[in-house]
Design a protein around this ligand. Structure first.
Ligand SMILES: Cc1ncc(COP(=O)(O)O)c(C=O)c1O
Length: 389
């Protein structure tokens, strides 16, 4: 009964693991959950209020497919300021989360067999989204030694006559790596030389820890604007994962095609969420700064604690809220992650789903108490295991 297309698609492993951890917790098990892909802070009060007011003021009908004019204009203004771009409303559209933005992009640009370069470790959804659009994911590994920053020369070696798109994600989920200006310039040159479309997923752009600074490919190569689609949203920056608002900026032709696709799937993103997201991006940004500082403290505690455990190494991520942890000295990452959950109720996501076995992802979008307790349990687990061997 199923289409060939869907038979090649896996369920998101991160969502599956988060669900397993939640189910165990519901059974009363003392689960320490490091799987979260979302901030644990509440949505800021003024943003919630804008959502409530949207309901009270009956802003509860269909909006234009690509978003309300007010919110689109706010995104245009934000990006023109941040990127120094000159987008107009026709270059921008609003979607039901950045995941939906990316889904629409691949549907709009992939022909059967078109190759899409994805850098590993990658966010779990890119390859499956490309496959669902008929494209072929081509995975290029970024090495640990280079801090998981891809080498433009290695990327160029993967380019064929069928390559159409290259996907960038900085800061990265799962590694937290931040692409530097030199690398981005190198990639921009490749994109120009081989006429590639650049999809730059910058959903974590506001979660970068000083002294590191976020750089977009459009900062270093503004001339690439006609072959770049910029992707972002409010989920991570404003603790708004459940509101489902993401957005894209890019060439009118592609935004127009994405809008046509969206008109036959979700129609508009929720009217109420758009009003709330408008308040988020145009309102007071103090909470964003507070969250960033808190995440940085948690990152430091988690990274330090994990590195003190024999057999585990963990580079310091520059952005996002994930620690990317090398457990290869302990054994198979999928097995280790499973044992941690089953034996000491510590939930993590193994690297296999990110195209990088040997590693495990820990989210630090959780409290200091949880981080300390998780580290304590893993220390005890490793010690006990060493005694058995
Ligand atoms: C790299 C990356 N891109 C996009 C998304 C999608 O975010 P959302 O659909 O919640 O806006 C996520 C969420 O986990 C992500 O990690």
């Amino acid at each position: 009964m199923l289409s060939n297309r869907v038979q090649n698609v896996e369920a998101s492993p991160t969502l599956a693991l988060a669900a397993k951890a939640k189910a165990l917790a519901k059974e009363g098990k003392p689960v320490i959950n490091f799987t979260a892909g979302e901030p644990d802070f509440p949505t800021p009060e003024h943003v919630k209020k804008a959502g409530i007011e949207a309901i009270q003021n009956n802003r509860t009908r269909y909006t234009p497919v690509g978003g309300t004019p007010e919110f689109k204009q706010a995104v245009v203004d934000l990006l023109n300021k941040d990127l120094g771009a000159q987008y107009s409303a026709a270059n921008v559209m609003i979607n039901c989360g950045a995941k939906h933005t990316l889904y629409n992009i691949f549907q709009a640009v992939c022909n059967d067999g078109d190759e899409v370069i994805i850098i590993s470790p990658y966010w779990v959804s890119y390859p499956d989204m490309v496959k669902l659009a008929g494209g072929k994911p081509v995975i290029v590994a970024a090495d640990e030694e280079q801090g998981f920053i891809p080498d433009p020369k290695t990327l160029e070696a993967a380019i064929t006559s069928k390559t159409k798109v290259i996907v960038l994600n900085s800061p990265s989920n799962p590694t937290g790596a931040l692409m530097d200006a030199v690398t981005l310039k190198g990639i921009a040159e490749l994109a120009k030389k081989h006429k590639l479309l650049v999809v730059t997923d910058e959903i974590y752009n506001e979660l970068v820890y000083a002294p590191a600074k976020h750089v977009s490919i459009l900062h270093v190569a503004p001339e690439l604007v006609d072959q770049t689609i910029w992707v972002g949203g409010v989920s991570k920056t404003y603790a708004m994962t459940g509101w489902r608002i993401g957005y894209a900026a890019g060439p009118q032709e592609i935004i127009g095609a994405m809008t046509r696709i969206q008109s036959h799937s979700t129609s508009n993103p929720t009217s109420i969420s758009q009003d709330a997201a408008l308040a988020a991006i145009t309102g007071n940004q103090d909470e964003v700064d507070q969250h960033r500082l808190e995440f940085q403290k948690r990152r430091d505690r988690l990274v330090q604690g994990l590195n003190a455990i024999p057999g585990i190494t963990c580079p310091t991520p520059a952005g996002a809220f994930y620690a990317w942890v090398n457990v290869s000295a302990l054994g198979d990452s999928a097995k280790i992650s499973e044992q941690w959950l089953d034996e000491v109720y510590v939930a993590t996501v193994p690297g296999e789903g990110f195209g990088c076995p040997g590693w495990v992802r820990f989210s630090f979008a959780t409290s200091m108490e949880i981080i300390d307790e998780g580290i304590k349990r893993l220390e005890a687990w490793v010690t006990e295991r060493a005694q058995k061997v």
